[in-house]
Design a protein around this ligand. Structure first.
Ligand SMILES: Cc1cc2nc3c(=O)[nH]c(=O)nc-3n(C[C@H](O)[C@H](O)[C@H](O)COP(=O)(O)OP(=O)(O)OC[C@H]3O[C@@H](n4cnc5c(N)ncnc54)[C@H](O)[C@@H]3O)c2cc1C
Length: 221
């Protein structure tokens, strides 16, 4: 794992740090760098905790950088991060990462906070014709749902593993992909989330004849 000395860092004042669902937050600070949608930053509250990585969830031209994070109760950083208020400071690295190439009509498949880079790509106008498939346990964890619903309509698919039958698909993204009748194997597929979800989804796509080179992934570990 990298240490803080591997990064160019700056201290940023928090503009807001708001709980948007139980245990899930959006932290915002003023942008002092350019970035490509899909890139990440290292973030911390002090240099004694090793850097943690977070995808930027806002658009490339937005004045504020948004970071969507979920609190891990036994984690080192996020329980401290969630207590910070507007005016407090965080340590932020310059953006980095190569999960930034987006083909026309991409298929974005995410679980949980893995939706962040796809929100950034859509908000940056880089995802024309996108389909977004998002997995979450309950309705409140479909982050940016109103934005995606308004902008993608039926091409925004919520896979809710613990919901009762309703407007969402009931089940995980893997269950959806298994039975997806409109799956077009010529499209490019972008996966983001836990290692378990990414590996399972990639294997399923391959079993459904999507060429390996049409699949790109970012794993949150
Ligand atoms: C490229 C990338 C992008 C990411 N983007 C995001 C994002 O946009 N949003 C987001 O919420 N997260 C993201 N993450 C995950 C994020 O970096 C942190 O891992 C996460 O927020 C947890 O940090 P923490 O310090 O609170 O927890 P940690 O202290 O890292 O602990 C996380 C979990 O691991 C367990 N654990 C810790 N150490 C051990 C050990 N030695 N053995 C066994 N278990 C252990 C803990 O008990 C806890 O359950 C990303 C990760 C990567 C790699």
């Amino acid at each position: 794992m990298k240490t803080w000395s591997d990064f160019e860092i700056s201290q940023r004042r928090i503009v807001s740090n708001i709980q948007i669902a139980p245990g899930a937050y959006i932290l915002k600070f003023r942008r002092n760098f350019n970035f490509l949608a899909g890139q990440v930053i290292a973030l911390g509250v002090n240099i004694n905790i090793e850097p943690r990585y977070y995808s930027i969830a806002s658009g490339e031209n937005d004045e504020l950088v948004s970071i969507l994070y979920s609190e891990k109760i036994d984690g080192k950083l996020t329980p401290m991060l969630s207590l910070l208020k507007s005016g407090d400071t965080v340590i932020v690295s310059n953006p980095f990462g190569t999960f930034t190439q987006v083909a026309p009509k991409p298929v974005f498949i995410a679980s949980g906070t893995g939706i962040a880079p796809f929100a950034s790509m859509c908000l940056s106008g880089k995802a024309k014709g996108a389909t977004v498939i998002h997995g979450a346990p309950y309705s409140e964890y479909f982050y940016f749902a109103s934005y995606f619903s308004e902008n993608l309509g039926k091409h925004y698919i919520q896979c809710c593993s613990r919901c009762m039958q309703g407007s969402q698909f009931v089940g995980r993204v893997t269950k959806f992909v298994k039975s997806w009748t409109d799956l077009d194997t010529n499209r490019q597929f972008y996966l983001c989330g836990s290692a378990e979800m990414v590996v399972e989804t990639r294997d399923l796509l391959i079993s459904r004849n999507v060429p390996f080179q049409n699949i790109t992934a970012e794993i949150y570990f």
